[in-house]
Every structure is written in C-alpha cells, then in structure tokens.
Design a protein around this ligand. Structure first.
Ligand code: GLN
Length: 485
C-alpha cells in the first residue's frame, strides 16, 4: 500500500510504530495531488511549503512523545473555512485574493492535534449549489467518471478524499453539501447536529442551517475527526454546551435491537430504481444484523424544498451584504461614485447563482412580504422538526437515500436551477430540523457510479448514526472498484 492510500487511523498507526513519518506521508499525498489534480480539479490552493513545515513539526512532536490525536495526518479544507495566512476564496471571484488573518475554530482544533493542512478545496460559490459547478476556479470532477459531477457544494472535499489525494477533509453542510457529494463520490460524510461543531470562521451562507463536518474514507476516520472538531465554542453563539462523547467507542457494537425507521416519503416518485435497490439492501443488511425495521412517516418532507429555498436565500442575502468592496475582497476601481462601486463590485464579483439567491432572499425579506414568505417557511420548518420528533418516538435512527439519482453529467443541469433544487429534497430536512446525518457508501450503479445511504438521528445522537454506519460498512462488503483516473 502506498502511503497516500492509508486511512487516517492506518496512517496514525504506521507513524506511531515508526514505519512512516509525516513528512513521507505528506510528500506522498502532495505527489498524488500533482499526478491527479490536472484531471480532477479538487484543489483551489495547495500549500506545499506550509504542509511540509507542519509535517516536520509533527514528526518532531511525535519524537518527543507529544503527538496529538491527528499528529502528522494530511487533510484538505473546504475553501470557506478561514485559514490564517492561506487564501480563502469561498469559490468566488469576490474573495479571489482574500487571505484571512485568523483560523476557524475547527482549523485551530486540527492544528492543535497536529493535523497537516495540505490546502483548500473547491466548492460551489459560497456553498450555493449541488454540483460544485458554480465554483469560480474550475469544476471538480467525479473520480469515478470524470465527465460527471462530484456533487456539491463540498465537491472538492469529496473528490480529494475519494481520489486518495488525502485521507480526510472538512466540508460544510447547509442543505446536504457534505452528505450529497460524499454519496456521489463514494466516501463517508457526516453533518453533525446544529450547534455540535463551532461555526466560528466558517463563512456564513445561511447561519441557522450551516454546520461543519468531516468527509473520510471510513466511518472510523469520521468518528475520529468528530472527536476533534466537536465541542462548545464561546466564539459561536449557537454552539451548544453539550458533552462530547468519544465517538470511536461504540463503532463496532452492532445494531442488535436498534430500531431503524424507514420514512415512506423518501422512497417516492423520482427515486431511481438502482438507488432504491442499493438503499433497500442496506435496510436488509441492518435487519440481518439484528436491527428492527419500522415504517415511519415524515409527511411534511414535500415542503422542505420550498421552505429551504426561502430561508437559505433570505439568510444568505443578509450574510452576503458584507461583500461590498469597502472592507475586503474584490473592489471595482472604475466606478466614480460610492454607490457605483458597490454595484459594480457585486455585479462583477458574484456569479449568477449567488445573485439569484440574493435576489430571492432580498425579495422574501422585503417589507410586506416577510409574513408571507420567511415567516411561513419558518412555520413549515417547525412542522418538519415535529415530524422527525414523532418518528423518533418509534425508532432510533432513520435510513433512506441521499439523492434521488447517482451523479449526472457535468453541464446537464446548468441552465435550469429547479431540477437541482429538487434533487436536494432528501437532505434539506435534516438542516431545517438541525439534526445529524451521514452518508455511507452503499453500492455502485451498473455504470460504476457510487451511491450512498443516508442515516439520520435525533439531536446529539451522532453515536447511533456512526454505529449503524459502521455496521453497514462492515457488512455490505462492497466490491473493490477502480477509479477513472
Ligand atoms: N444544494 C443546497 C443549496 O444549493 C445545499 C448547499 C449546502 O449544503 N451548502 O443551497
């Protein structure tokens, strides 16, 4: 096995036993990046020098017995998490040259544990999208079939992990952006409970929905990353003071007696038959392992798209008001009045999808419309949460598909945003309700494209999700397939 092929846990074992150094591992990942990046376009910035000096430091720490829990492990970071001294573009022209003076809390967490940051990865502009095609710096490609989308918005995170450029990444999930690309690229991705992980230093898209989470190749790695990034942060007012369990402890304890709910509304029209068959085989697997399968209903699922596409743009229109050319980021220098400068900066700096969201959001929040749109959508949000709470009276965890189909061709949906918005139907509810969710690889379509299985649980019950996910991973025994690179 080449060093870049190791999982996080395997790499840590080899470094602890002295078989491998962090510098060797980091160089192996950097060489892999050099090899595949021209075809895949996962990275916006590769910080070679920074990574190598962090790796040297990690080796020294290990030598004196001061290795942190991620000591020497190279990772990629979605380009909307602040990294001190390293460009953070949010996939947007408007921040093309922005270098933050501070680290996001999660980045700080990783550095404190000795993690090595290889660079920043591609994403839909300001995390708005489901394919990563709205990224201003190139479109990441699905490593299983290069003409296909990687999913989004954390497409670069998923591609970097799936294609062995690094063993783990941090992404963000506002409406599915960790789980969906994880599913389309065949990796594990977890969206934690809202408030579990600090949002400090995560560029805000829709503040009441955004959460940071890990993408890795195994559930075990995902649990380890969760241990490192979870916890209260006084710099994030929505962070919750809640004990953080050791997420790695119960991974292998099995699912005997676990009540697994199957929400009828997630298996309706529009669900591809191959995707359905893969998820059904996941359900059978859990049953064989001793779980009890129960039918549940989430009747307001059908309103999730409408509610989300009001709430998210409304919050985004307000969050993105700060990019006006005055404080940081791109500024149009041709304008001859202040107002023109604002107008020109935003017209040139933002892409079409971001502008569309700002328009929808500003309209929805404008005087006279607030009650009809934002308030109504917030009421629907409560009904969606109520549905989940009712369903968790009869089950411990929910199992379902993540997306109605496997990955599609790049460019296929770029003219009309509606089919893309609709394809988020199975992931948005968890964000509206603040619940944790995960994507675990479930199988492959006949065309060779990966399909994930979604697990969702009650607030702060990531442990149950990880346990069920780990069981699926062990028992499904997926065939070894070759990447298209
Ligand atoms: N696809 C959704 C959107 O475009 C979700 C994005 C996300 O989770 N960041 O808003």
């Amino acid at each position: 096995m080449k060093p870049y092929e190791l999982t996080i846990v395997q790499a840590l074992q080899q470094m602890d036993s002295g078989e491998l150094s962090s510098v060797e591992l980091t160089k192996s990942c950097l060489a892999r990046i050099d090899d595949v990046e021209p075809e895949l376009c996962a990275f916006i910035t590769v910080d070679k020098d920074g990574a190598l000096s962090q790796a040297e430091k990690a080796d020294k720490q290990r030598a004196v017995g001061r290795a942190g829990r991620l000591c020497g492990v190279p990772l990629s970071i979605k380009d909307l998490l602040s990294t001190r001294g390293v460009k953070t573009t949010c996939g947007s022209k408007i921040l093309a040259n922005y270098i933050p003076p501070y680290d996001a809390t999660v980045v700080e967490n990783i550095k404190q544990e000795g993690g090595v940051i290889l660079g920043k990865v591609a994403m839909d502009e300001f995390a708005m999208g489901s394919t990563s095609e709205t990224c201003a710096f190139g479109v990441p490609r699905n490593p299983w079939k290069k003409g296909y989308v990687a999913g989004g918005s954390s497409g670069g995170s998923a591609v970097s992990v799936a294609s062995y450029e690094c063993p783990g990444s941090l992404g963000s999930d506002t409406g599915g952006s960790i789980r969906q690309p994880a599913s389309l690229c065949g990796v594990v991705g977890m969206k934690p409970t809202y408030g579990r992980v600090s949002r400090y230093g995560l560029t805000a898209f829709a503040s009441s929905l955004d959460q940071v989470g890990p993408l890795c190749r195994t559930v075990e790695d995902c649990a380890l990353m969760m241990n490192i990034i979870s916890g209260y942060d006084k710099r994030d007012s929505t962070s919750v003071k809640q004990d953080v369990p050791d997420f790695s402890t119960h991974l292998n304890s099995g699912v005997k007696g676990l009540k697994v709910g199957v929400p009828a509304e997630y298996f309706t029209d529009g669900l591809d038959s191959e995707v359905e068959a893969i998820v059904r085989s996941g359900i059978d697997t859990l049953k064989k392992e001793g779980a009890e399968i129960v039918e549940v209903s989430l009747p307001h699922t059908q309103y999730a798209v409408a509610a989300y596409y009001l709430i998210a743009p409304a919050e985004a229109s307000s969050n993105l008001a700060r990019y006006d050319g005055a404080l940081y980021g791109y500024r149009d220098m041709e304008a001859d009045s202040l107002l023109d400068m604002y107008r020109q900066t935003r017209s040139i700096g933002f892409g079409a999808e971001v502008k569309r969201r700002i328009l929808i959001g500003t309209y929805a929040l404008s005087s006279g419309y607030y009650d009809a749109y934002y308030k109504k959508a917030s009421q629907v949000r409560t009904l969606i949460l109520d549905d989940f709470q009712k369903s968790f009276e009869s089950c411990d965890v929910l199992i379902s598909p993540i997306t109605p189909t496997a990955a599609w061709k790049i460019g296929e949906n770029s003219d009309d945003p509606l089919p893309l918005y609709m394809s988020d139907i199975l992931t948005l509810s968890a964000n509206l309700a603040g619940l944790p969710g995960m994507s675990v690889p479930g199988g492959f379509t006949r065309e060779g494209l990966p399909v994930g299985i979604q697990l969702q649980g009650p607030h702060f019950q990531e442990e149950i999700i990880l346990k069920a996910g780990s069981c699926l991973e062990r028992c499904l025994d997926l065939p070894a397939k070759k990447l298209d690179i």
